[in-house]
Write a protein that binds this ligand. Structure first.
Ligand code: GAP
Length: 540
């Protein structure tokens, strides 16, 4: 699939716009248009319904406890700065970057890619930030320019090996930076903290510095005790949150995939340490299945366990759910969601200090020589008393952490389809459609009068109003009916209902299926029931 075509459709049909576009845009920030906002809301609502509000008590095979609760939370974006000290983000949430002394540009070290190329015994590592499908073209153009040779002599360039990340190159003296004309202009890699800083209050002193949250998870951990004390939840249970997160990404790119402001859908699932391995497996499998159910095919979706050297500072096991995004090189996958076994890292870190057990096995705070808690936590005990097992422990946490924007982008990429259909005269016509799962489609049905006369608009508007009470539907009476179908196909509307001459005679209308193009007649009065049935095939 050509990514440029999807990006252009998204802009043309009002799914996504560059933020502040009239001022030239702001890199890494995106606005959702009228259809995009519906699509993303549907993705978030499907997640909330499936994981939280519609969650029923489940039986988990393999020895894990059989029932659990799921509750929600909505925390602030700016939190006490100490939260980020304890979570590790203040000290550890960094990427490596390199600066180019010639172009004055900054790049994420591992995202600069290049290839070795030799011409007349000079060997150079030519680099680019171009996306996979444009990479070799850019590298060749840069090499031709650097060696000052004409395009017709491109075969004189001797390329060595496949393209690799700059992070694999030790000596950068022979590196031609992505936007440079001379060699060796990149600095050594340096750490760069990804949190956005801000000031709280009018004084603006250094002590007033705060951060925009880089993940929603920490709001859940610091409210763990509040939720336990105020709700009738018992371990095992999960707390879910959907909300904005912010990361000052060095090189945001690939449309909304890596943005600086994005939305996360996170669950922190609290369980007994001994049963955490089963829960970890349970959540990996359940979250993988969720994407399959909403339309991502198994051959483009993978569940990949992290290698030990990839694990975050808190994690004792993580698996990524990854999708083969079309902007990645063939065979590569991009992260949609991480499912992490966080152990008791966060609750311990935010509690009174480091908790240890005394001789009798009771949890106590580790004190320093001055008699004060040795660590920098909140001063609160965040352990949990398990009334059933009659024991106190710090629960372990399984965290399925998904990106709402990445999921939306994956569903859009997968849905984008080009095919040929017969036009009104039976001749093949090219069409572009979004084969979105009806559950997340921005518009569920469109209603058309065949012509703008003979009472057809009035009959169509009646059906439209009846449907509109329950679904997001669209009324269109402009232009040839074929063009109206085409416009709905392009934005993924699964059903179109057309009022025609027969409607006025016998009260029936046609209903058309976006993917199969099948058309059948139903009673106009049954339109709501028919669309309801089509949207809920299992009666759910
Ligand atoms: N609490 C754990 C956590 O935040 P993460 O892997 O850093 O883990 C979770 O982020 C998810 O958030 C990712 O799988 C991705 O879907 C989304 N995400 C992370 N950074 C993003 C970015 N810069 N732009 C868009 N989505 C992002």
């Amino acid at each position: 699939m050509d990514m440029d075509k999807l990006v252009s459709l998204c802009k043309r049909r009002g799914f996504l716009f560059q933020s502040s576009e009239i001022y030239g845009g702001l890199n890494g920030f995106w606005d959702y248009g009228p259809l995009g906002v519906e699509l993303k809301r549907n993705v978030k609502e499907a997640w909330w319904r499936d994981m939280v509000s519609g969650h029923d008590e489940l039986t988990v095979s393999g020895g894990a406890p059989s029932t659990f609760d799921m509750v929600g939370l909505d925390c602030t974006i700016i939190m006490h700065p100490q939260v980020w000290k304890c979570s590790g983000h203040f000290d550890l949430f960094c990427d490596f970057m390199v600066d180019c002394t010639e172009s004055k540009k900054r790049y994420r070290h591992d995202q600069v890619r290049g290839r070795w190329v030799t011409y007349r015994e000079q060997k150079v590592f030519v680099t680019t930030m171009a996306e996979a499908d444009k990479e070799q073209g850019e590298l060749e153009a840069k090499a031709l320019k650097f060696f000052n040779i004409r395009a017709k002599d491109a075969d004189k360039l001797a390329w060595d090996g496949d393209s690799v990340s700059l992070a694999t190159i030790n000596d950068t003296k022979q590196v031609l930076a992505p936007d440079a004309k001379t060699l060796g202009t990149l600095t050594d890699p340096r750490e760069f903290n990804l949190m956005f800083k801000t000031i709280v209050g009018a004084l603006g002193t250094a002590e007033d510095a705060a951060f925009l949250r880089p993940e929603t998870a920490q709001g859940i951990f610091v409210n763990f005790k509040n939720v336990v004390d105020s709700s009738r939840v018992a371990v095992p249970f999960g707390i879910a949150q959907i909300g904005k997160s912010f990361r000052n990404e060095i090189t945001p790119r690939n449309f909304t995939f890596r943005s600086r402001e994005f939305e996360q859908m996170e669950i922190e699932f609290f369980c007994k340490p001994a049963s955490s391995p089963q829960w970890y497996k349970y959540w990996r499998d359940r979250r993988y299945q969720w994407y399959l159910d909403l339309g991502l095919p198994r051959e483009r979706l993978q569940l990949r366990d992290h290698h030990a050297d990839e694990l975050s500072h808190y994690s004792c096991g993580t698996a990524d759910i990854e999708y083969a995004f079309p902007f990645l090189p063939a065979g590569e996958f991009g992260e949609l969601e991480g499912v992490a076994h966080r152990g008791d890292f966060d609750l311990r870190s935010h509690s009174e200090g480091k908790l240890t057990k005394d001789a009798e096995g009771k949890l106590i705070v580790e004190l320093g020589p001055d008699g004060k808690p040795k660590h920098r936590g909140s001063g609160k005990d965040l352990s949990y008393f398990d009334a059933e097992a009659k024991e106190r422990y710090v629960p372990h946490v399984i965290e399925p952490s998904a990106g709402a924007d990445r999921a939306t982008l994956a569903f859009l990429c997968e849905a984008y389809t080009e095919d040929k259909v017969p036009d009104e005269n039976g001749n093949p016509r090219e069409r572009t459609l979004l084969k979105l799962n009806p559950r997340i489609a921005p518009i569920k049905a469109a209603v058309f009068p065949l012509v703008k006369k003979d009472g057809m608009p009035e009959a169509a508007q009646k059906i439209y109003r009846a449907l509109k009470k329950q679904f997001n539907v669209f009324y269109d009476e402009g232009g040839a009916v074929g063009r109206r179908y085409a416009r709905q196909d392009e934005v993924g509307t699964p059903y179109c209902i057309t009022v025609d001459g027969e409607t006025l005679q016998n009260g029936s209308v046609t209903i058309r299926d976006r993917d199969s193009l099948k058309q059948w007649r139903i009673k106009a009065d049954d339109a709501v029931a028919e669309v309801t049935k089509l949207l809920n095939p299992a009666g759910s």
